[in-house]
Design a protein around this ligand. Sequence first.
Ligand SMILES: Nc1ncnc2c1ncn2[C@@H]1O[C@H](COP(=O)(O)OP(=O)(O)OP(=O)(O)O)[C@@H](O)[C@H]1O
Length: 376
Amino acid sequence: MALSQNDILRALELVKLPASGQSLAASGRVGDILINDGKVIFAIGIDATEAGAMEPVRKAAESAVGGIPGVTQVLVGLTADKAPGRAPSQAAEARRQAHGQPAPGGPVPKAAGIPGVKQIIAVASGKGGVGKSTTTANLAVGLATLGLKVGVLDADIYGPSVPKIFGITGKPRLVSGRTLAPMEAYGLKIMSIGFLIDEETPMIWRGPMVISAITQMLREVAWGELDVLVVDMPPGTGDAQLTMAQQTPLAGAVIVSTPQDLALLDARRGVAMFRKVEVPILGIIENMSYFICPECGHRSDIFAHGGARHEAERQGVPFLGEIPLAMPIRETSDGGRPIVASDPDSAHAKAYVALARQVKAGLGGPARAAPRIVIE
Ligand SMILES: Nc1ncnc2c1ncn2[C@@H]1O[C@H](COP(=O)(O)OP(=O)(O)OP(=O)(O)O)[C@@H](O)[C@H]1O
């Protein structure tokens, strides 16, 4: 029988909080519970000062849930970046049953849109290091040069590099309550998960944290009026990525790949992941497609270029274009001056603007209604 959130909460009744003796399930500290093929992921909300005291609770929660028949893997994180208190209390559960509302574990409504933000698109890659963040940054500036109001949300929990690419230092300012003002560069509004998650946070906790951090970045940032918000996704197609794709009201996804077979296999998984959560694929971009020698202008297809175009054809999704492996792209990206902003007349900048034009055309029409997702 499929696992439900109630099965998990029942197991968490047996885990007690050290100070109050209250059960973890009833404490309201358990965040959204993700259940996928026997894998269970959730975060426990804590105050930053409680991290040491709550570590035994985290471990106890993992072993309690790990003991449930059908559970194959458990990942529990402590998160101090949201107010504790999203799991239903017993009273709330009783109210839910009394009102005949759908049970947790049933259809999960996708997140609602963000007021003022017309479209949200994800830039994703099946694996790390393919140039996803560089592409995100240049695509975003490219969309702005086409006259759109653009924001960039860096959700790459494993290596948030957007601040560096845009040359941003410092931290966002609090405007009111918990709401942060986005940073600004090159006319774009920019927010990074790097501002919210401590660099020292162990990787294993980052997956569960992303769920609350993305919600915070979407809803507790004063984005203002935006035509498009470009989200730099964490690389890969695991649970954290799937949850994000599901919890973000995405109008579409762009997949970045290099031309090698292995990268393409990962890109295929990326396409499949977005299809699973009913997010339209705006297209595939081939990055580091070929190399032009800066000395002699000779072109070399180092990684047998053209693979992404074939993959796009195979998958029946648009091929958005190719970007060469080029020193000026790396230098400007690593130097905090994306090439579309710093050298807009260069051939590389024009290639990115051409991609942006295709993405803009692909977005077309009004914002897409959020689908309903069922986790089985
Ligand atoms: N077309 C390109 N030509 C030359 N260098 C590039 C190109 N695209 C990206 N790079 C360089 O490759 C490195 C990795 O790029 P980037 O950080 O954008 O990748 P990523 O896929 O976001 O990586 P990660 O998954 O690790 O965050 C950077 O040093 C970047 O400057």
